[in-house]
Design a protein around this ligand. Sequence first.
Ligand SMILES: Cc1cc2nc3c(=O)[nH]c(=O)nc-3n(C[C@H](O)[C@H](O)[C@H](O)COP(=O)(O)O)c2cc1C
Length: 167
Amino acid sequence: MNALFTRHSVRQYADRPVEEEKIETLIKAAMAAPTAGNQQEWEFVVVTDPEVKKQVAAASPYAGCAAKAGVLIVPVGDPASCRFPECFDADMAAAMENILLEAVHLDLGAVWLAIAPFKDRIANAQKALGLPENVIPFAIASVGYPADPKAEDGRDYNFSKVHRDQY
Ligand SMILES: Cc1cc2nc3c(=O)[nH]c(=O)nc-3n(C[C@H](O)[C@H](O)[C@H](O)COP(=O)(O)O)c2cc1C
């Protein structure tokens, strides 16, 4: 799967909006992810309003790039209402990764910006997005047209990290 091997974090974006059809496809990609017991506990907050983007970007000291993204997609959910709450983070992470990969397929660039499990970032993002206390914003998928579409960093695949049969 080419998108998987060409994906890299994109934190600088062209001043160009992301089309609604593409946003919908990104959400569908997130919803196509596996969840424990198929519990599908996620909901998604889509942010295109510049002022709200700014507030979400300020929720974490490491999310500045979100202010200039075309769109932010924030998977949110209430772990307490899940059948398998222990799997909440894994479920949300799978949705996040699907967004990042589909972004590549749509000629977009994206980066995962951590919110959970940091309590201060969760509180900040809840405030920015008008979420009730029980609804946890998991992370920010910051998405846009890359400022430099050619920029790519190659990864070294280190097979000494692979263990056969026994560690
Ligand atoms: C759980 C997680 C949290 C991350 N949080 C941040 C973040 O807060 N800010 C940021 O700029 N990048 C964040 N990233 C992106 C990583 O820095 C990036 O994936 C890593 O450096 C590897 O680079 P690549 O995505 O280009 O392969 C996060 C990635 C993951 C998986």
